[in-house]
Write a protein that binds this ligand. Sequence first.
Ligand SMILES: Cc1cc2nc3c(=O)[nH]c(=O)nc-3n(C[C@H](O)[C@H](O)[C@H](O)COP(=O)(O)OP(=O)(O)OC[C@H]3O[C@@H](n4cnc5c(N)ncnc54)[C@H](O)[C@@H]3O)c2cc1C
Length: 220
Amino acid sequence: MKFTALTLETVTESGTGATEFSFVPKRPLTFRAGQGGLIIVPGGGAKPFTFVSDNRTGHISIATTLQSGSRFKRALAGLGIGDQVHALGAIGSLPSLDPAESQVFVAQGIGMTPFLSIARSRDRLNATLLHVGAPHFFDEVARATSGNAEHHHHRESLKEAVRRTIIDRPAAHWFLSGRPDFVAACAVQLADAGLPARLIHKDTFWGMRTTTPGYELAHA
Ligand SMILES: Cc1cc2nc3c(=O)[nH]c(=O)nc-3n(C[C@H](O)[C@H](O)[C@H](O)COP(=O)(O)OP(=O)(O)OC[C@H]3O[C@@H](n4cnc5c(N)ncnc54)[C@H](O)[C@@H]3O)c2cc1C
C-alpha cells in the first residue's frame, strides 16, 4: 500500500447532490476498478473512499455527498484547486470482474461509486444495474452496462427487481454496494433464494450509519 500526495485539479457537481473531486497524484497510485483508499484531508482527518476515476488515466477521483456537514466533509468542501490531500491505498473488497461472466450490480445511493469506476475503466460491461435511493451517477453507469438498468425509489421495488433478476440471470455474479444494513439485507435475500456465497460480493461503506428508518433511501 502506498501513501501518496494528491493535488486537487477539478471539482464537479453531479446534478443529483454528489460532488466529484479529481486529483493528480504526485507518484502513480495504481488501483483495480472498485478499489479505493483512505483520504486524509488537512483539518478533516481520514475517511475511506472508492476511487471513481478510470484506472487507466493516472488520475484519482472520489465522489461523495457533502450534506452531513461533518468535520471531514467541511474540510473537503473547503479545498481549493491546487490544494493537497493524501491517499493511502489501494484498498477494497470487490474482486476483479471476469469479462466472460455476467454480473449484477446492486447499489444504494452513493454506493454507486465502485460501479462508476468499473464503468469508466472498461470498454464493455456484461452487467445488469439495480440502483435504489438518490440516483447518483445512475445515467453514466447505465450507459456502460449492456444489460438492464433500473432505478428504484423504494427498497420494496428493488427487492422485487432482485427477485426477477435472480431468475433472469441465474449464473451471474452479484456485486452489492452501500451502507452495511443495505448490503447485509441484499446478501440475505440472495442467500435465501439459494445463491451460493461464491456468487455474492460485498462492498460495505461501513462509515455510513442509518440515522432513522427510511433515511438512507431519501438521502444516500
Ligand atoms: C470501502 C469504503 C468505501 C467508501 N466509499 C465511499 C464513496 O465512494 N463515497 C462516499 O460518499 N462514501 C464512501 N464511504 C463512506 C465514507 O468513508 C464516509 O463514511 C461517508 O461519506 C460519511 O462521511 P461523513 O463524514 O459525512 O459521515 P459522518 O459525519 O460520520 O456521518 C455518518 C452518517 O451519519 C448521517 N449524518 C451525519 N450527520 C448528518 C446530518 N447533519 N444530516 C443527516 N444525516 C447525517 C449520515 O447518514 C452520514 O452518512 C466508503 C466507506 C468505505 C468503508
